[in-house]
Design a protein around this ligand. Structure first.
Ligand code: FA5
Length: 343
């Protein structure tokens, strides 16, 4: 009997040692210690033994049972731990890395402040019936100057220093060039606007860039007067600043308008009392404008005796500088992300 018990012990320990899965441990437990297990069989047969033998075999059986149970528990613990370390070795993550895109907060890009303001002005003007036109940045001399009543050798060409190409074309100096292309095609009455990038061969400083943005506009119809111009400009400014804005006109020279004006608006910072931004004048210079010169209407195939209109042109960079208190125009194209993130 003792031999049989030792054999059970040996067999059980070998099985336990060679097991690799937690499930196997449970199977061994059932096979050896379960209701119909090898050791249980022996314990059950104790009744047939003499009292002395029963004592000896009973004691021995309990010892072996304890050894097997301890071995099963130890193996179970070992397999549980190694299971964890296997998972850990397969499924580790580096918590210092960025989370995957799917779980990360997605940051979308946003529009450059110039585009934001351009689209805002486009919305205001389209709500008043203006249609948006586009045109080439590399232009002919004709559309940039001649059709705008600035013939060759006219001194007014010096007002807009120009980048010329080797084949005598140029980079447009203002978006008025787009308007001339437009009025050749569109029949009056019409309201058009021309937003876009323009270029001037200028030394840069805090308020001058070689590349900047404009929005120009034009309205042609019957009996269009300066009152229409003032009304539209006030509406544009009201839309931008979200409150009523006073404007004033001063005489200004632009060859493509007659009469021509500089339009100022009352300073939003000081309310007209005078401050650093408006250079103590109470007014901010905003744009050039006027009634379209008859020669320009003729260049667009429009009879100036029948139709009249106004035109205006504003610089976006300086407008945003005034709005946001930016002290150097060169920030816009510096590519410095810290500047852009402020908008
Ligand atoms: C013009 O370009 C005219 N075409 C505007 C116009 C249209 C007048 C229709 C009358 C009728 P001007 O050269 O002033 O005008 O430029 C218009 C605006 O562009 C200026 O008010 C200013 O805001 C901006 N601007 C001009 N030069 C520069 C520059 N170097 N850097 C940044 N902004 C500039």
């Amino acid at each position: 009997m003792e031999e049989k018990l030792n054999k059970i012990k040996q067999e059980a320990i070998e099985l336990i040692n060679s097991s690799k899965l937690l499930d196997e441990i449970e199977e061994i437990r059932v096979k050896v210690l379960g209701r119909k297990g090898m050791l249980t069989d022996i314990l059950r047969s104790l009744g047939q033994l003499t009292p002395e033998l029963k004592n000896v075999v009973g004691k021995k059986s309990n010892e072996i049972k304890k050894i097997i149970e301890d071995a099963l528990d130890a193996k179970k613990e070992e397999l549980t731990k190694s299971g964890f370390s296997e998972i850990a070795s397969k499924e580790w993550i580096d918590v210092t890395l960025n989370p995957p895109v799917s779980t990360r907060e997605r940051k979308s890009g946003y529009l450059h402040p110039i585009s934001q303001t351009q689209y805002e002005i486009e919305d205001i003007l389209t709500s008043m019936g203006f249609q948006i036109l586009d045109g080439p940045e590399a232009e002919t001399e004709y559309y940039n100057f001649e059709a705008l009543n600035i013939p060759k050798f006219h001194p007014a060409r010096d007002m807009q220093d120009t980048f010329w190409t080797e084949d005598n074309n140029l980079l447009r100096t203002h978006t008025s060039a787009i308007q001339i292309r437009g009025i050749e095609k569109i029949k009056p009455p019409f309201r058009i606007m021309a937003p876009g990038r323009v270029f001037r061969y200028e030394a840069t400083d805090a308020s001058h860039e070689h590349t900047f943005y404009q929005v120009e506009g034009m309205m042609v119809g019957k009996d269009i007067s300066i009152s229409h111009l003032i009304y539209v400009m006030e509406e544009v400014l009201k839309g931008i600043f979200k409150k009523d804005v006073k404007v004033r006109l001063r005489p200004g020279y632009f060859p493509f308008v007659e009469p021509g004006f500089e339009l100022d608006f009352s300073c939003m910072i000081c309310g007209g009392d005078g401050c650093r931004v408006c250079k103590q004048s109470g007014w901010i210079e905003f744009l050039g404008c006027g009634l379209i010169h008859p020669n320009v209407l003729r260049a667009g195939g429009i009879d100036p005796d029948e139709w009249s209109g106004f035109a205006f042109g504003m610089g976006l960079n300086r407008l945003i500088m005034m709005q946001a208190g930016i002290n150097d125009i060169r920030h816009f194209m510096s590519g410095d992300i810290r500047f852009i993130h402020q908008f």
